[in-house]
Ligand binder design. Structure first.
Ligand code: 13P
Length: 341
């Protein structure tokens, strides 16, 4: 495998493949485990993730890379093999979440800024030694129109931090995934999401340029342009696709090799249908694929439910979602393929 940033970035968005976001922090994975009645111990977290990484068909055919959390990149499988080696054996690239979470932005109620730059150079050097060849940093932009959220200040602060993170990654020979997530939790309509997404991406690429980040060696992980969950309005895949691509065409340079979406709270099938609709209106100047957490893992988590005898069922559920999303990344998914499962 080439160590050039440009080659790694291209491999992360290879045809029919996407990224498994398995980088839930200890707090987030506890929430997921609570929902299936599993205690969140280090061994249970290891067993669960080992199950996914050993789903060989799904990993080899549809997963280009896996985003890990600090605990996981250091963990060994039950038989003593490092989890990183299990991932590499499937041909997928190990990656690492390096941000330290979104914290309230002083002076701007409702806005957050993602922290984690202090000591990042040293942490990246260690993660490289542990096998990481790409990283992720998630900025969180909420929308609450009545409360003037997001402010221009939160967008600027988050995009500046993303650019400093990305430059440090490239210095460490690690491909940065830049993730400015405009949340879909609010009551806003799809056009407000479009405006906020566009303003955020414009600022992001201006900051990345100022920080001398080589775009060819980076990946964008954005939200789709979609109505907020509390708006009570459903967005059709066609409308999501049209408005998402419009926002990108106006802001994302073609030097960026690929765009890998977060699922952000969409249902499994919604995330797949929307990705498919986006690719169906191509060709586009970038690869467009998935970097899903919940939309890849909700089904296997439920099927597994913490029981060793359910590992095969969990792997089947994961393989199915990985295959559906792999097809969507090529614009070749159809709803009746879901029913055949
Ligand atoms: P979701 O797909 O569950 O939004 O998670 C992706 C991710 O990595 C968010 O940072």
């Amino acid at each position: 495998m080439s160590e050039r940033l440009e080659d790694i970035a291209v491999a992360m968005v290879a045809d029919g493949k996407g990224i498994l976001a398995a980088d839930e922090s200890s707090g987030t994975i506890k929430k997921r485990f609570d929902a299936i009645g599993v205690e969140s111990t280090a061994d249970n977290r290891r067993d669960y993730r080992e199950m996914l990484f050993r789903a060989t068909d799904a990993m080899q055919n549809h997963i280009s890379g896996v985003i890990l959390y600090d605990e996981t990149i250091r963990q060994k499988a039950a038989d003593g093999t490092p989890l990183v080696e299990l991932i590499k054996a499937t041909g997928a690239i190990p990656g690492i979440k390096v941000d330290k979470g979104a914290k309230p932005l002083a002076g701007f109620p409702g806005d957050t800024v993602t922290e984690g730059l202090d000591g990042l150079r040293e942490r990246l050097a260690e993660y490289y030694e542990l096998g990481a060849r790409f990283a992720k940093w998630r900025a969180v932009i909420d929308i609450n129109v009545g409360a003037n959220v997001p402010s221009a200040t939160t967008i600027a602060a988050n995009c500046h931090a993303l650019a400093r993170y990305a430059a440090l990654c490239q210095e460490a020979k690690i491909v940065p995934i830049v993730e400015p997530e405009v949340l879909m939790d609010g009551a806003h309509d799809i056009d407000t999401c479009y405006e906020v997404t566009k303003a955020t991406l414009q600022k992001l690429y201006s900051e990345l340029h100022a920080a001398r980040v080589v775009l060819e060696g980076s990946i964008l992980k954005p939200n789709m342009v979609i109505a907020g969950k509390k708006s009570g309005k459903a967005s059709s895949p066609e409308e999501v696709a049209e408005k998402t691509i419009r926002a990108f065409r106006e802001t994302v340079p073609v030097a960026v090799p690929g765009i890998a979406f977060l699922s952000g709270g969409q249902s499994d099938e919604e995330a797949t249908a929307n990705l498919n609709a986006i690719n169906a209106i191509g060709p586009h100047p970038w690869k467009l694929t998935f970097s899903y957490g919940r939309a890849l893992q909700a089904a296997p988590q439920k099927a597994w439910s913490g029981k060793a005898e359910n590992v095969a069922a969990g792997q089947r559920a994961f393989a199915h979602r990985a295959r559906m999303n792999g097809l969507a990344a090529a614009g070749r998914w159809q709803a009746d393929l879901e029913k055949a499962a």
